[in-house]
Design a protein around this ligand. Sequence first.
Ligand code: ADP
Ligand code: MG
Length: 622
Amino acid sequence: MTKQTLHFQAEVQQILHLVTHSLYSNKEIFLRELVSNASDACDKLRFEALDNAAFYEDAPTLEVRVFFDAENKTLTIRDNGIGMSADEAVQHLGTIARSGTREFMARLEGDQKKDANLIGQFGVGFYSGFIVADRITVESRRAGLKAEEGVRWSSTGTGDFEVEAITREQRGTDVILHLREGEDEFLSTWKLKSIIGKYSDHISLPILMKKEEWDADKKATVVKDEWETVNKAAALWARSKSDITESEYHEFYKQIGYDSQEPLAYTHNRVEGRTEYTQLLYVPAKAPFDLWNRDKRGGVKLYVKRVFIMDDAEALMPVYLRFVKGVIDSADLPLNVSRELLQESRDVKAIREGSTKRVLSMLEDLADNQKDKYDTFWKEFGAVLKEGVGEDHANQERLAKLLRFASTHADQGVSFADYVARMKEGQEAIFYVTADTLAAAKNSPQLEVFRKKGIEVLLLCDRVDEWMLSHLYEFDGKPLQSVAKGAFDLGKLQDEAEKKQAEEAATAFKPVLERLKTTLADRAKDVRVTSRLVDSPACLVVEEGDMSGHLARLLKQAGQGAPASQPILEVNPGHELIKRLETDARFDDLAHILFDQALLAEGGQLDDPAAYVQRVNRLLSA
Ligand code: ADP
Ligand code: MG
């Protein structure tokens, strides 16, 4: 291949510009990114060599070397990992594989504190080299290719890059940074060591640098031609707990979690027994921007006996714990385990169950002992955890205890246990209402009588709530009861007088109810009087087994046609409007308006808004 000049993909140009300009205040992270790429390349070699040991050639010890040339002002990060072919260099260093460029850039532009970890999260770490270099030269040869099949890639990080074939005996990659004017600080062993210590200590490969010694004659430190390992070079999780400091745990998290914040909690255990494995699992303090994105990466990395096998091994964690980051290192799985095999392995099943329990214990511990942290967790990940109630029946009870809600008594943080402790004498059920927003839930007419009697009602407005409740029927033996479903029955919470009054009202209103039924025959399944309401004239409810209006709307939004079951219109016999209804000449208009308003009050949409407006206008101008 002769020398070729190629253009960066348009997105790369934008990102290069943004990364080099906006991350300048955090420039030293370039070294973390390049060392992490070197380490990834060694992991890949070790993995591919499982099938083809010849890939090791005559250099079986994988390592990273960092060295500089003070005269020429270059800094080199060298690895003997998998390397790149010419095609791969063009592909990997000239285009962006992942989707979401726009989101990434908007974040980087918008963030005041310019979160440097976004570049790792998004997978553009390599370009951070251009923060300190005005030219980067990459020389590489892929394992398995001939010496003449090496490649040199070179760019000033502006519009384009050059590639040419070179002869390279060494397997692996040199990333050579030609430092910009004014970046001489990186031509210092001390400085580089301190950055490596800060960000890359946990890298499980040795990172080597040249020894430096004080030369008394020259009265200066001189760089010797002798290499030394400058990091701990042991996988953090494989070290004993008592040897690891809190800050080492945190730094490791930041690296694997692509996060600039410290984690909320972590758990580190060696599990022995039928299957042996080590787990180091973290709960982040903040949801990643792509938490809801199905092909997001990250999560839990799988190692087998320290050998990196795969990222984001979804078989190791249930989907509802997808926010958990960390490492699981198994002693039993075969090194050549595939994703398919993982799905079927009994060892993996045991690991997943064990790890799930660990994460739940960690969350329980936060909830019991560090309430502030648990509140943070809940705010970020509560809606995801709720998915578990339906997905993980074995742990449903534990999950139910971890749930937090808003209620008519408190705006947030109400657990089922809190609720049960506040239940009224004679109250048998846990009451809740679902709505599209918290405001709509709070103002539901169905709550009126509960408010009056001081009975607490949970206010649910997450999208997953309805679905979750279709899997959870009770807590602590108390059934969960929607205030908008089924016949109104407060049981012992209503006294005899109230019950009698309700029965009398039902008889007295019979003729009106019959007329309403006829008028609204196409819209309401039934019309009945209720003692649910205090201030509102009417509300809609559904039958016990029917889908709530809220859920039907959610399904409709999601493009799934929901079976249309008609609601029941309940009217308040104590309300002036209802009392007047029978003798009012505008009965038909009023009946429809009652229905429409009840629908609006619960956040529904009118099928025929124009008809509603006409009716209201007729009333107003009468
Ligand atoms: P990420 O590491 O998240 O994939 P980077 O921008 O850091 O994103 O690197 C882009 C790609 O370039 C890597 O995925 C890899 O394929 C390739 N690459 C970078 N550095 C090396 C290296 N030292 N050896 C082999 N391949 C590398
Ligand atoms: Mg990288």
